[in-house]
Ligand binder design. Structure first.
Ligand code: FAD
Length: 464
């Protein structure tokens, strides 16, 4: 009997017909294959499915919204366990700034729900309509507002997860601090479905700021722009977000920028000021002052029309970059703040050496850059050169004291890269932790590996 039929005999309608293609890839569009796709309806059923698979040595790949950028949810046989049906809000207490949700709740739905009570869930990874809280937790996602508000791990008070061979465990809860045990909660956050399957989480919330005002400060080039970035940070102004775009990125998005991009601009610093209306206006003015020295243009709208136009432009930027050559390989390296300029300049040079357009944009206030190479997806030679360029980019990142991933995780794409930046003993501990949780190596096998042969990167040409 096929695995799918065996599973259906045990779990009935929770098993989908014929492993639909939508469950076999993610934002990378890397093709996967699975013997079955299961959508359990409760944490207990997740535990039963995991136990069933564990007994039979069947690999199991947890899946959230499938927006991941590291192919972490792409299966290579076995069972895909999708959390879509675990979508209940277990409790929401606005006056206590907390919510208890199941893993399959879409990030956008959670944000909307708490917003209606004047609160916010601060982390803001892209694709919120599709991504799930469980996926955000499993990747320890970031986003532009991580500069002020931190990453997902900073907002998780408690977790319920299913761990091999099929046990439901709870760590933390409706508590804002916990110094009792080893930090198992933090270990599960960012573990990319390799240690356990997150089924529910207690999340901290914050009151929504009254006003949020954007600022775009244009500079001639990367040197001037990065100097402005460091001036803003050094001035002590706490921006809500501090992003940058280099000349090539700006070129991709310049046609649609509200108010027009100054002709001599080759860099833009994008910041956001939030707080009470007065506070946000004061911070916005301070950002312009600190970042505006030597600038060739400033856009700092206070009217709703200007603010909305700015955000429409910002959210379409990744697609403008993608449109330029049809494909883009966008990494998510992170470097020390004072090495951002070097990383941005070197990305362009690496691209040039390989006959490619290299560019950088991203959350530079955190040193987190989407260093990217544009590519024509149907040109095999270009794809080969991109693979070489990415290898060089990772070498550079490590040499600058950085990390190969600031927010997307290692997944399948970056497996093996961790050993470049960690000592052998640290790598060994990483591997021992995996064995401790998952002795049969059945939970999302092949992902988040510290040591492995480099993956054929030509498969990822169209991810952005
Ligand atoms: C347009 C766009 C913009 C993006 N911007 C950002 C950004 O600014 N910052 C950022 O950090 N990321 C960003 N991402 C990447 C992605 O959205 C996030 O990583 C997101 O958190 C993934 O959630 P998901 O539910 O889609 O997870 P999936 O893609 O389904 O899975 C991702 C990983 O988590 C595991 N997983 C999923 N759910 C669970 C679970 N319940 N338990 C255990 N493991 C699980 C999977 O096995 C896989 O390894 C962006 C993606 C897109 C498409």
């Amino acid at each position: 009997m096929s695995l799918e039929r065996e599973l259906r005999a045990r779990f009935g309608a929770a098993v989908l017909e014929g492993a639909p293609a939508a469950y076999l890839t993610d934002f990378t569009r890397m093709p996967g294959r699975a013997d079955a796709v299961v959508l359990p309806a409760s944490a207990e059923q997740v535990a039963e499915v995991l136990a069933w698979c564990y007994e039979r040595d069947v690999p199991i790949v947890p899946r959230g919204g499938g927006t991941g950028a590291a192919a972490g949810a792409v299966p290579d046989g076995g069972v895909v366990l999708a959390l879509d049906r675990l979508d209940r809000v277990r409790s929401f207490e606005p006056e206590l700034w907390r919510i208890h949700v199941e893993a399959g709740v879409a990030t956008g739905r959670l944000k909307q729900l708490v917003r209606e009570s004047g609160l916010m869930f601060a982390p803001d990874p892209g694709a919120p309509e599709q991504s799930q809280i469980g996926g955000n937790i499993a990747t320890n996602a970031g986003g532009p507002h991580a500069f002020k508000y931190g990453v997902v791990a900073d907002w998780v008070m408690g977790l319920e997860a299913v761990v091999p061979p099929g046990d439901v465990v709870s760590v933390g809860g409706a508590i804002r601090k916990d110094a009792a045990g080893y930090d198992l909660k933090r270990l599960l956050v960012g573990s990319e479905g390799t240690l356990g399957i997150v089924t529910a989480a207690w999340l901290k919330l914050l009151p929504t700021p009254e006003a949020v005002l954007p600022v775009a400060i244009f500079h001639r080039g990367t040197a001037e722009g990065c100097a402005a970035l460091l001036r803003v940070v050094g001035s002590g102004i706490l921006a809500a977000a501090l992003d940058v775009l280099d000349a090539e990125t700006l070129y991709c998005g310049r046609a649609s920028f509200p108010g027009g991009v100054p002709a001599d601009a080759g860099f833009v610093l994008l910041a956001e000021a939030d707080g009470s209306r007065d506070e946000a206006e004061r911070l916005q003015a301070e950002l312009v002052e600190a970042g505006g020295e030597g600038a060739v243009g400033v856009y700092a709208p206070r009217d709703q029309g200007g603010i909305d136009a700015f955000w429409r432009w910002r959210s379409g930027l990744a697609f403008a970059v993608l449109a330029r050559r049809g494909g883009v390989v966008a990494e998510d390296i992170v470097v020390p703040l004072d090495r951002v300029e070097e990383a941005m300049v070197a990305t362009v040079e690496i691209g040039r050496r390989h006959g490619l357009v290299g560019l950088s944009f991203g959350h530079a206030g955190d040193g987190n850059l989407h260093s990217s190479f544009l590519v024509a997806p149907d040109d095999p030679d270009e794809l080969r050169r991109v693979a070489l360029a990415v290898e060089e980019l990772f070498e550079l990142t490590v040499s600058l004291g950085g990390s190969v991933s600031g927010e997307h995780g290692l997944g399948l794409l970056k497996r093996g890269t961790l050993a470049r930046q960690w000592s052998p003993r640290a790598v060994q501990l990483h591997e021992e932790i995996k064995r401790l949780f998952d002795p049969k190596n059945l939970l999302n096998p092949g992902k988040k590996l510290a040591r492995a042969a480099a993956r054929d990167r030509t498969l990822v040409a169209t991810r952005s």
